[in-house]
Write a protein that binds this ligand. Structure first.
Ligand code: UDP
Ligand code: MG
Length: 357
């Protein structure tokens, strides 16, 4: 009898502290990986240990698993995933063709697990997010939460630049009226109901952590200190960070448009006042160097117009992409352990639109 069968004999129901009997739920941990060969084996080992410990404690059902999503890595990540899959029955792997970006890799993972679990936790491959709070997340779930956000309350491990830029980003998101949870990245528990709801958001320009709070599910927060990467380097260059922040802002708020409009109105008002002053001065016979004044205002207004046109163009461009309804990613391969014989593995064909294979 295999380990899984033995574990299957465990009780399928546990007694919750607050409620009567609750079902032990099947957990899927979704981990997007892009060129993570340095950390992959250690991550797989530590996640498997953690999962087994939770199963032993009857916190989750014995058929819980980890889904690694390869986001078009160009190093050995995929080969390492295959090797792990073959020896570890708790591991499933999904390979995307090409680098679709972390958000899309996560969505591909969620689409894959939505009907194969009751709860899912998303997590970065570098284990910067404390695995120790996973159990707390599950406890909160047992107490009735549909979403549990992992929030970093200590970012000392980050560089000064990363810390400052993160603070600025969350401040800006607040000012723009979006409902993001500050200092929460992608470490999050969600029930399958939340996942199903998330699948209904079919937009291309998507920022998952902005959408979840919008849905209005019962949510809780757990706090942890962000750690250093176990190995390897961050996959977010300055350019990628700026483009993610820009994506987040434009996919959630049209307030920049109203701000530009207000700015334009304020400038027009100032110009009007200036004109009146000029006329009054001329009437009173004062000498005025109009040339400089006009030149400066032409530059200023020209700049403002360009900015405004640029912002409008960004929104128009995004609308254009949304109307195309392009698939977000293409699934290359999905490996799931066969339900009947867990030692063998089979390759399932998945469709190209990231829908449930
Ligand atoms: N990642 C991804 N696709 C990308 C970039 C990153 O799947 O195009 C994954 C990466 O492998 C990691 C997670 O997203 O698991 C977070 O990336 P990283 O640790 O580099 O970000 P940081 O912690 O520096 O913000
Ligand atoms: Mg990281």
């Amino acid at each position: 009898m295999g380990t899984l069968e033995k574990e299957n004999e465990n009780l399928l129901y546990i007694r919750s502290r607050s409620k009567g009997e609750i079902k032990m739920e099947r957990l899927a941990i979704v981990v997007p990986c892009y060129n993570e060969e340095e950390v992959f084996e250690n991550t797989a080992e530590r996640l498997t240990e953690r999962l087994s410990a939770l199963v032993q404690k009857n916190k989750i059902s014995p058929d819980s698993y980890i889904l690694f999503v390869d986001d078009g890595s160009t190093d050995n990540t995929w080969q390492l995933m295959m090797a792990e899959y073959k020896k570890n029955y708790r591991v499933q792997v999904l390979g995307l063709a090409g680098n679709a970006g972390q958000q899309n890799a996560l969505l591909a993972g969620f689409a894959c697990v939505v009907n194969q679990c009751e709860i899912a936790v998303s997590l970065d491959a570098d284990l910067q997010d404390d695995l120790g709070v996973l159990e707390k997340m599950i406890d909160k779930r047992h107490q009735g939460a549909d979403v549990v956000y992992g929030v970093r309350n200590d970012r000392r491990s980050d560089t000064v630049f990363k810390r400052v830029s993160a603070h600025m980003f969350y401040l800006l998101m607040k000012m723009l009226g979006t409902k993001t949870v500050s200092h929460h990245a992608e470490y999050r528990l969600m029930s399958s109901e939340v996942l199903r709801e998330l699948m209904r958001y079919d937009e291309r320009n998507i920022f998952v952590r902005g959408i979840i709070p919008l849905m209005g599910f019962r949510s809780e927060v757990v706090y942890y200190a962000r750690k250093h990467r176990t190995a390897g380097r961050s996959k977010y260059s300055l350019g990628k960070m700026i483009s993610t922040a820009f994506e987040a802002i434009t996919s959630f708020s049209i307030r920049p448009l109203s701000m530009i409009m207000l700015m334009g109105a304020a400038i027009a008002l100032c110009a009007l006042v200036g004109l009146v002053v000029l006329i009054v001065c001329t009437v009173c016979g004062m000498p005025i160097s109009e040339g400089k004044y006009i030149l400066a205002s032409v530059w200023l207004l020209g700049g403002m117009q360009l900015t405004a046109t640029g912002v409008v163009g960004e929104y128009a461009g995004r609308t254009y992409f949304e109307t195309k309804r392009r698939p977000r990613y293409r699934v290359r391969q999905l490996l799931r352990h066969d339900e009947d014989s867990r030692d063998s593995y089979k390759i399932q064909e998945a469709d190209t639109n990231g829908r449930q294979p």
